[in-house]
Design a binder for this molecule. Structure first.
Ligand code: TRP
Length: 465
């Protein structure tokens, strides 16, 4: 077993799943974590709002300066420590005489993934509900009030929400319980190419609609006047969220990565894939919105109201609707499994539970916490638990969980990983173990040590006030 640890090969015989079958399956799984609801409903909108190509340039810089370095740091921690986020860090620290206080990073990761999954699953449930609605042609002939009604019927019904939340979490648990090779790998190798193919079909269709030119202008014309300092903060925050950083996903996935694979290369590939999908999503969605004389809006309204309305009005719209919601389902599921994995790994390794039991416990606990988020939309919509904190005023339980995890836990965890790998790990092991040798590696290391922590701090502080 010691030898196995040394060369980064593990097998089912030592109580955990085997490594990824290949570099490609790792990239697909990590890209699956990255490509999620954020790419489809948030990115296209914030690009349009914040100055088109000007914003895209800033966003790409954020991916390069913060996204890729933090991803490299997380994968490095996982591969060196060979276990869940908490144990990986304590393994590294114990073996090499580093203060074990760094373990706090692992706890933040596991806590953050648990929290984020609890409400991500509620929204994942909405997507499943919409797949069934699209399949039963429930949108055809609806007007604006009609689609709004469908959405408010869903969010105002606790039982419907809980049911779909249950189905979504159950599916996530089923996949994760089967382990890396038997579950996660199989799902991502099917879902990621399929998702990409659907997106291309939708984008090609959209290119034939009247709204295409307007969309290109909306997305790509640089408008530096619209780009404010707030836009820069939005870009950095989104770079974090969209790559799935700060929650230990990449630590958990990195633990199963073979030693001979370049972490720099896989991280760049994942960031590139994620960006391509986000841009394609914009090219697929906005033409449909514009050619129906509607205005782009963000969040639930765009996906669950504007698009169904557009689908109800266009030729073959019901088929496009089905394709679109299937795409969203795959995007959401490949993210949710990546968020459950670190928690399950933790229970397996720290509590010595079998994978199935670990999944059952983690998933049900997460589902139960998610119930509070589901109720935040109806029964508890007037309950603002942390009203006495100005930043959290007027936020429901779901709002608080979302704010605390995305704006507090993710940046803090990203900051600690960058400092841990850039300074501590690098001093002990040199940069070969994470950043590769060569000019790119050395530029990335310098970025990770100085620029990444500074950039995260600036955004972190400004997002709080
Ligand atoms: N990246 C996903 C999206 O764009 C969401 C997600 C998956 C995530 N794993 C994560 C966000 C880890 C933060 C941390 O929707």
């Amino acid at each position: 077993m010691a030898m196995q640890k040394l060369v980064g090969v593990s097998s089912d015989s030592n109580g955990r799943s085997a490594n990824w079958s290949s570099r490609i399956t790792f990239i697909l799984a990590a890209a699956g974590a990255a490509v999620g609801l954020g790419n489809v409903w948030k990115f296209p909108y914030i690009v349009g709002e914040n100055g088109g190509a000007a914003f895209i340039a800033v966003y790409l810089a954020c991916i390069a300066v913060v996204g890729i370095p933090v991803m490299i740091a997380e994968i490095t921690i996982g591969r060196m420590g060979q276990q869940n986020p908490v144990k990986s860090i304590s393994n590294i620290c114990k073996r090499h005489g580093i203060s074990k206080n760094w373990k706090i990073l692992g706890f933040i990761c596991v806590l953050a993934s648990f929290t984020i999954l609890s409400f991500y699953s509620v929204v994942g449930g909405w997507v499943l509900h919409y797949v069934t609605l699209a399949m039963s042609q429930s949108f055809s002939g609806l007007d604006h009030a009609g689609v709004e009604g469908v959405f408010s019927d869903l969010v105002s019904s606790p039982s419907l929400l809980l049911f779909w939340h249950f189905v979504f979490m159950g599916t996530t648990m089923l996949i994760v319980s089967k382990g890396i090779k038997g579950g996660i790998e199989k799902v991502v190798t099917f879902c990621m190419p399929t998702l990409f193919a659907i997106l291309v079909i939708l984008a090609v269709y959209s290119a034939t609609t009247d709204g295409f030119h307007e969309s290109i202008a909306y997305l790509f014309n640089p408008d530096f006047e619209k780009l404010t300092s707030e836009g820069v903060i939005v870009a950095l925050g989104h770079a974090f969220f969209t790559l799935g950083l700060g929650m230990g996903t990449m630590i958990a996935y990195g633990a199963y990565l073979d030693k001979n694979i370049s972490i720099v290369k896989v991280s760049c590939s994942v960031a590139l894939l994620d960006t391509i999908v986000a841009l394609l999503a914009g090219l697929a969605i906005f033409p449909i919105i514009f050619s129906n004389n509607m205005q782009p809006e963000s969040g639930p309204g765009l996906i669950f109201q504007a698009l169904p309305l557009a689908f109800s009005n266009m030729p073959f719209g019901s088929y496009f609707g089905i394709l679109f919601f299937l795409l969203l389902t795959m995007a959401a599921l490949t993210s949710s499994i990546s968020v459950l994995e670190p928690v399950v790994q933790y229970l397996e390794e720290n509590w010595q539970l079998a994978r199935r039991r670990a999944t059952l416990i983690a998933g049900s606990a997460c589902w139960s916490v998610g119930v509070l988020s589901a109720f935040s939309l109806n029964l508890l919509s007037d309950f603002h638990p942390l009203d006495f904190i100005t930043t959290l005023e007027d936020k429901t339980i779901m709002g608080v969980l979302e704010f605390v995890s995305s704006n507090l836990m993710l940046p803090v965890s990203g900051l600690i990983s960058a400092v841990f790998v850039g300074w501590v790990i690098n001093r002990k092991f040199g940069r070969g173990s994470s950043f590769d040798s060569g000019a790119v590696g050395s530029a990335l290391l310098t970025t990770t040590k100085y620029i990444t922590p500074l950039a995260i701090l600036v955004v972190f502080v400004s997002s709080l006030f």
